[in-house]
Each structure stands twice: as structure tokens, then as C-alpha cells.
Design a protein. Structure first.
Length: 185
């Protein structure tokens, strides 16, 4: 099993890191694409180094490597998660503007009818953001803003993050125990 993970420069790199940690734990190939600004966000928001995050992945690609295997429809994978997904990345995907490897890999996922889950991070949302999300949702892309759930009574920020990361993984077919289902605390 293979999963492509994109981490854009939006706030919330911890979502993508949590997805990668779970994939590594389950021995699922994680193919990571880091944007230039994701590298900076990791340094600003987490206790991880960029190198530590890259080590969580089976393979890691810079955003300008348009010849990477994940840019081809012949590269088979279970799906792609972009966590977090900046509005710039969302707009590029919605318009088919594959100017970097994250948007190209997402474009490939769409054209190959593979699962694509975006965790957009922005607030408040403008009409442009909402229109881009609606456009992508209509073609089957899952738009899953990482909104916290509280029915499981989280005690740490990591538990809140795990809930969203676990739901995203489940949406591409990766069963996991990162989150509690309603009524199963």
C-alpha cells in the first residue's frame, strides 16, 4: 500500500506529520512532497526538524521535482492527502495549474480517479475559497477542514490532531485507531 502526502506551507504541518507517523508505524509507504514554505512552517510550529519529518516518509520529493514518480499516472497508490492544504494549493488544484509537485500529484490523483483528501487551513473563508472547494468537491475530491471534534473529550492538542489525521486516513481507505468513533470512547 502507498499513500502520497503533501504538506503545504499553511499552518498545521502537524496534521501531515501525524499522517506520516501513522503510515510509518503501519509499514505503509508514505511518499512525501514538502513545499518550500512547509519546511519553514515545520520549523516555526513544531519541535521536529525538516530532516526528521522527511525520515518518516518512505520517499521524499522536493516541490520542484516534476519528474518524480508521483507526477505520473502510472505510479499506483491508494490516495493522496494534503495536510495542511493552503488556499494557494487548493486554487492551483481547482484550476488545474500544476506549477509544483503537490498540485501535479493532486492533478494526477484526480485524472486517475484516485482518492484525494484536502485539509484546507484558512479562516474565515472567502467566496473564492468556497467556490474552489465546491468545484473540487463536485468532482469527488474530499474537502475536510481539520475541525476539532469534542465528543471524545480530548485532553491534549495531539488528540485533536489525531482525530483529524485519522479521519483523513480513513477517507483514503487506511483503517486506523487514531480517533474515537461516536459512542466508542
Amino acid at each position: 500500500m502507498r499513500v502520497v502526502v503533501g504538506i503545504s506551507g499553511a499552518s498545521g504541518a502537524v496534521y501531515g506529520i501525524t499522517v506520516l507517523k501513522y503510515l510509518r508505524q503501519c509499514q505503509i509507504e508514505g511518499h512525501l512532497i514538502l513545499s518550500r514554505w512547509a519546511r519553514r512552517t515545520i520549523e516555526l510550529e513544531t519541535d521536529y526538524t525538516v530532516e526528521q519529518v522527511m525520515e518518516l516518509a518512505h520517499c521524499c520529493y522536493p516541490e520542484d521535482d516534476m519528474a518524480a514518480v508521483v507526477s505520473s499516472g502510472s505510479f499506483n497508490h491508494q490516495g493522496m492527502i494534503i495536510a495542511p492544504c493552503s488556499m494557494k494549493t487548493l486554487a492551483a488544484i481547482a484550476s488545474g495549474y500544476s506549477d509544483n509537485l503537490i498540485s501535479r500529484a493532486a492533478d494526477v490523483a484526480i485524472k486517475e480517479r484516485r482518492r484525494l483528501v484536502l485539509l484546507p487551513r484558512e479562516a474565515p473563508l472567502s467566496p473564492i475559497h468556497l467556490e474552489n472547494m465546491l468545484k473540487l468537491s463536485r468532482i469527488g475530491v474530499v474537502i475536510m477542514p481539520p475541525m476539532p471534534a469534542f465528543y471524545h473529550r480530548p485532553e491534549t492538542v495531539q488528540e485533536i490532531v489525531n482525530h483529524s489525521a485519522g479521519r483523513a486516513l480513513e477517507l483514503i481507505g487506511v483503517e486506523n485507531m487514531l480517533f474515537h468513533r461516536w459512542g466508542n470512547k
